[in-house]
Design a protein around this ligand. Structure first.
Ligand SMILES: *[C@@H]1O[C@H](CO)[C@@H](O)[C@H](O)[C@H]1NC(C)=O
Ligand SMILES: *[C@@H]1O[C@H](CO)[C@@H](O)[C@H](O)[C@H]1NC(C)=O
Length: 387
C-alpha cells in the first residue's frame, strides 16, 4: 500500500509530506499509558500512575535511547581496539534514566553527574561525534580532547566528575546559585548506589534541606557499587529514604515514562520552593563497572540475560509503541539503520581526527588567563596558557 502510493505520488508530493499523510492513516497520535506507582517517602501524593505519550515523543525517546545504546557499544569496541584509553564507564542498560530525566526538565535547568556520563552528555545536546572524539582524545572532542570519558561538559552540564560522590555537593552549589539568582531553575545531582553511602552526600542533604535548595538528588541504583551488591555495601538500601527529612521517591528506572513523570513531579516540588527532593531510579548496567571489569564475577550471566529479556528500557518502549500503533516494526527498523549510520560516521571521525597539539596543552584550563604556574606545572612553563 505504502509502495503503491509512493509510486503514484512520486514527483507530485514531497517525501516528508507523503510520510505524514501515510502515518496519519495508520498510526495513533497519542496513547495513555499506565505506569508503576512510585514508593513514596514523606510525601502525601506522588507522580501520576498514568500519562499520555505522543507519537512524536515516543519516536524521539526511542531514537535517543538507541543512539546512546549504540554509542556505548561502539565505545566498548573502540576501547578494545585501543582507540580509547584510560577510564571509561558505560551506561548501556540505563538509557531510560538520562532520557527520562531530560524529558522532565527544561534545557535551562542544570545537571551534574558521576563519571558514568556519556548518556547525559548526549541528552544535554552534545553530538555523538564530539563525544566519541573526546573519548579518543582528539581535537574535535567536546572538551577538545583533553577531558576524556569522565570530563565532558556543555551548557548547563557540569560533567562527568571523577571523584566518587564529589559532584553531589557541587550540585547543591549550583542549586544554591539558582536560588540566589531567583531564576526559577533547578539542579539535578546524580550519583550511584555506591556513592550514596558517603559522608559528603549526607552533609549535602543537611545543608540543602536547611537552606531549601532547588535540588533533585538522584541515586541511579544499578545494583552494584563497582563489584559489590547493594545489600552487601549499604545498611539500608532504601535510597529514596536516606535524605532523612528530605522527601523521596523510588522510581522504575527502566521505564522512560516513569522516570519522566517522577522527574516532572520532583521538578515541580523544587520550583515551588519546598526545597530538595530525592529520587532513587532502579536500573541496571549491562557492562561491568568500568572497562577493566568484565562484569561477571559478582553476578551471574543469567541475571544479566534476564534483565535484558524482561526489562530492557528500549525493548519496553518499543513494545509499547508497536502494541499501541504509535509506530511499526518497519519504521523502527528505519530509525535503527539511521542511528547505526550516525554512530558509524562519528566513530570514523573519532578515529581519524588529529590529536591536539602539544603547544596547546595549557590552553582552556581557566576561564580567564592566569599565569600557568598557578598549577605548579614547572616543566611545562615554556607553554603559554590561553583561555
Ligand atoms: C547542617 O548544615 C548546617 C549549614 O551548613 C551546618 O551549620 C550544620 O552543622 C550541619 N549539621 C550537621 C549535623 O552537619
Ligand atoms: C492498531 O491498528 C490496527 C489496524 O489498523 C487495528 O486493528 C488495531 O485495533 C489497532 N490497535 C490499537 C491498540 O489501536
Amino acid at each position: 500500500m505504502r509502495k503503491m502510493l509512493a509510486a503514484v505520488f512520486s514527483g507530485m508530493v514531497q517525501k516528508p509530506a507523503l510520510r505524514g499523510l501515510l502515518s496519519s492513516l495508520k498510526f495513533s497520535n497519542d496513547i495513555t499509558c499506565d505506569i508503576k506507582k512510585c514508593d513514596l517517602y514523606r510525601l502525601e501524593e506522588g507522580p501520576p500512575t498514568s500519562t499520555v505519550l505522543t507519537r512524536d515523543e515516543a519516536l524521539k525517546y526511542y531514537r535517543t535511547m538507541q543512539v546512546i545504546r549504540r554509542m556505548e557499544l561502539k565505545a566498548d569496541q573502540m576501547y578494545k581496539q585501543k582507540f580509547i584509553r584510560g577510564f571509561c564507564h558505560l551506561c548501556d542498560g540505563q538509557e531510560a534514566c538520562c532520557v527520562g530525566l531530560e524529558a522532565g526538565i527544561n534545557p535551562t535547568d542544570h545537571i551534574i553527574t558521576s563519571y558514568r556520563a556519556h548518556g547525559l552528555c548526549y541528552t544535554r545536546g552534545l553530538s555523538v561525534k564530539s563525544i566519541l572524539a573526546e573519548l579518543t582524545g582528539r581535537k574535535g572532542g567536546c572538551a577538545k580532547g583533553k577531558g576524556g570519558s569522565m570530563h565532558m561538559y556543555c551548557k548547563n552540564f557540569y560533567g562527568g566528575n571523577g571523584i566518587v560522590g564529589a559532584q553531589v555537593p557541587l550540585g547543591a552549589g549550583v542549586a544554591f546559585a539558582c536560588k540566589y539568582l531567583k531564576n526559577g531553575q533547578i539542579c539535578l545531582a546524580l550519583y550511584g548506589d555506591g556513592a550514596a553511602n558517603q559522608g559528603q552526600v549526607f552533609e549535602t542533604y543537611n545543608m540543602s534541606a536547611l537552606w531549601k535548595l532547588p535540588c533533585i538528588f538522584i541515586c541511579e541504583n544499578n545494583r552494584y557499587a563497582m563489584g559489590t551488591a547493594t545489600d552487601r555495601a549499604a545498611a539500608s538500601t532504601d535510597y529514596h529514604k536516606k535524605g532523612f527529612v528530605i522527601p523521596g521517591l523510588r522510581v522504575n528506572g527502566m521505564d522512560i515514562l516513569s522516570v519522566r513523570e517522577a522527574t516532572k513531579f520532583a521538578a515541580n516540588h523544587c520550583r515551588s520552593g519546598k526545597g530538595p527532593i530525592l529520587m532513587e531510579l532502579q536500573t541496571y548496567r549491562y557492562h561491568g563497572h568500568s572497562m577493566s571489569d568484565p562484569g561477571v564475577s559478582y553476578r551471574t550471566r543469567e541475571e544479566v540475560q534476564s534483565v535484558r529479556s524482561k526489562s530492557d528500557p528500549i525493548m519496553l518502549l518499543r513494545e509499547r509503541m508497536i502494541n499501541n500503533n504509535l509506530s511499526n516494526v518497519d519504521e523502527l527498523k528505519e530509525i535503527d539503520a539511521d542511528v547505526k549510520k550516525e554512530v558509524e560516521e562519528a566513530a570514523q571521525f573519532a578515529a581519524t581526527d588529529p590529536e591536539p597539539a602539544l603547544e596547546e596543552i595549557a590552553d582552556y584550563l581557566y576561564h580567564k588567563n592566569p599565569p600557568f604556574e598557578v598549577r605548579g606545572a614547572h616543566k611545562w612553563l615554556k607553554y603559554t596558557s590561553r583561555s
